[in-house]
Design a protein. Structure first.
Length: 113
């Protein structure tokens, strides 16, 4: 089992990014997938989740600014974030919320002017 996150970057406040997470080693379409983030000095938190049937949930801090989606044919989950704020600065990871597997390296989003 393997998770590889990508798409992070340094962006200005108000900018947008799309993160990707490529999964392998398990039946991707059968599992809920989530995006997590860990800011410096803080615990890792779940920010968005997508069920196998496509149902989504978001934490309040990103709701309305973020869209999680999945492409089962590519074993990939995405997180599109708009209106980025400095407080979105963190390393972003993906995983299976209800059956975790080893974490990937994550991808860094830095929001700064």
């Amino acid at each position: 089992v393997h998770l590889v996150e990508s798409g992070g970057d340094l962006v200005q406040p108000g900018g947008s990014l799309r993160l990707s997470c490529a999964a392998s080693g398990f039946i991707f379409s059968s599992y809920a997938m989530g995006w997590y983030r860990q800011a410096p000095g803080k615990e890792r938190e779940l920010v968005a989740r997508i069920a196998p049937n496509g149902e989504t949930n978001y934490t309040d801090s990103v709701k309305g600014r973020s869209t999680i989606s999945r492409e089962n044919a590519k074993n990939t989950v995405y997180l599109h974030m708009n209106s980025l704020k400095p407080e979105d600065t963190a390393v972003y990871y993906c995983n299976r919320p209800f059956a975790k597997i080893p974490w990937g390296r994550g991808t860094q989003i830095a929001v700064s002017s």
